[in-house]
Ligand binder design. Structure first.
Ligand code: SF4
Ligand code: SF4
Ligand SMILES: [Zn+2]
Length: 266
């Protein structure tokens, strides 16, 4: 896009003042448009009781998010706090992961299990693992400012934070097990918060990357944010590669790029 054109996101701002560096139709560009739809749906939804700025109890759980959403959060962090901020946040996440290991050594095992997920069906099989993570020792989200209790990347936060999904996780099945929100300890059915039906298919589509060239489909990885930081900090994964690719490439080209990189590494 031309820097002086209106941004593809529909904000009305010039591209250079809005989603600069993100290409329309790129992996992140798709996510931005999906967030717009989600935010519009949220305008008509009820928030859980007493949700307000400064209430951050639900920001202390180790819930997984897709890599795409983590990358967009990092993009926002860089825009707000400067070029060197990403390194700082990845260091912070790595240290938090180490702290999590001390209080709950099983965290690695659970994250490793999640590494083998290749489809939504498999993810649902591992959902118990995610719930187990959320039950563990509370640790602040890497993007939480613990002094103000405010989210440092509010406009760039993951979808589950937008609709307060952590507060209502699976409570219909087992109300005693998960206790993610101190304010509404028994949770609320997700349908009381938001009707996700109009965007559900798009959500599902955005969990995959299909390469036409190689005829393969990849599932977007899902981890607690500090585990992504651990992977990037230790060089087990390459942040810069994915960060750049997701901002520039469409879903199919991203899958090609990932496939080609993985083939070289074998
Ligand atoms: S979901 Fe619960 S913990 Fe989270 S902001 Fe709302 S009231 Fe607070
Ligand atoms: S991204 Fe923001 S809203 Fe979401 S858990 Fe972290 S601090 Fe809380
Ligand atoms: Zn924009």
């Amino acid at each position: 896009m031309n820097r002086n054109e209106k941004c593809f996101c529909g904000s009305g701002k010039k591209y250079k003042h809005c989603h600069i560096d993100i290409e329309e139709n790129s992996v992140i560009g798709d996510l931005v448009l999906l967030y717009n739809k989600l935010d519009n749906l949220l305008k008509n939804s009820k928030k859980p009781a007493n949700c307000h700025a400064g209430c951050s109890n639900c920001c202390y759980h180790m819930f997984p998010v897709p890599l795409t959403e983590f990358i967009y959060a990092c993009y926002g962090y860089k825009k707000l706090y400067g070029n060197n901020s990403i390194e700082a946040i990845i260091n912070k996440g790595y240290n938090l992961y180490m702290a999590a290991l001390k209080s709950f050594p099983k965290v690695t095992e659970i994250c490793k299990n999640m590494e083998s997920i290749t489809s939504m069906e498999e993810y649902l099989k591992y959902l118990d693992s995610s719930l187990l993570l959320m039950e563990m020792a509370k640790l602040p989200c890497i993007f939480l400012n613990e002094e103000t209790n405010l989210c440092t990347i509010y406009n760039y936060r993951p979808s589950v934070c937008r609709y307060h999904g952590i507060a209502c996780f699976s409570l219909e099945d087992d109300t005693d097990r998960i206790h993610t929100c101190d304010v509404i300890p028994n949770g609320v059915p997700i349908s009381d918060l938001i009707n996700l039906d109009p965007i559900y298919d798009e959500f599902m589509e955005q969990s995959f990357f299909k390469s036409e060239k190689y005829d393969i489909t990849m599932f977007d990885s899902l981890f607690p944010m500090f585990y992504f930081c651990y992977l990037f900090f230790t060089g087990k994964d390459n942040f810069r590669f994915k960060f750049d690719l997701m901002q520039k490439c469409n879903r199919s080209d991203y899958a090609d790029g990932m496939f080609e990189r993985n083939r070289k590494r074998i």
